[in-house]
Design a protein around this ligand. Sequence first.
Ligand SMILES: [Fe+2]
Ligand SMILES: [Fe+2]
Length: 193
Amino acid sequence: MARRTTKRTTKKRATKKAAARRTRQAPKMLSDLFLETLKDIYFAENKIIRTLPKMAKAAHSKDLAAAFNKHLRETQGQVKRLDQVFRMLGKPARGRPCEAINGITDEGAEIMKEFKNAPALDAGLLAAAQAVEHYEISRYGTLRTWAEELGMHDAARLLQETLNEEEATDHALTELATSVINLEAEGEYRTAA
Ligand SMILES: [Fe+2]
Ligand SMILES: [Fe+2]
């Protein structure tokens, strides 16, 4: 009995040592986190490129459709900037499935389905688009700061350029929401009530 306990303890110690060795072999650094987050936003931007045309097609307001199409062109440029950052790292440009953007875009798809032809559709599309922009603003702010900390100043400049576009888009959507679309949705609701 005593011998068996000793054997088990020795085995446990060996497993712990192996785990510690593995941790020592691959210390996760800020540069690893930077690369992983870059893959995450690369996936997100490509998903957004597939989603924006659907949102532009669904929008009732011409101004909203135009805003989505404008941001689609910007987003294509943002992917090119990310390609450049991957090149600076000497890594292939590759996305990693990001459940956050999948969830946000799924919500947008649900709105398009549930509010198809409804007066409140554009208000819903705006809200969905702003959720996407806020996610991107958070990610690009982080990536820009990490690039600075890692001494990658050219990458930080590129990420800042994209961050500026995301913030400008968010402001433009807020303008649209307060000027026309939400009022339209509310007006229709009042008429129907
Ligand atoms: Fe973007
Ligand atoms: Fe965006």
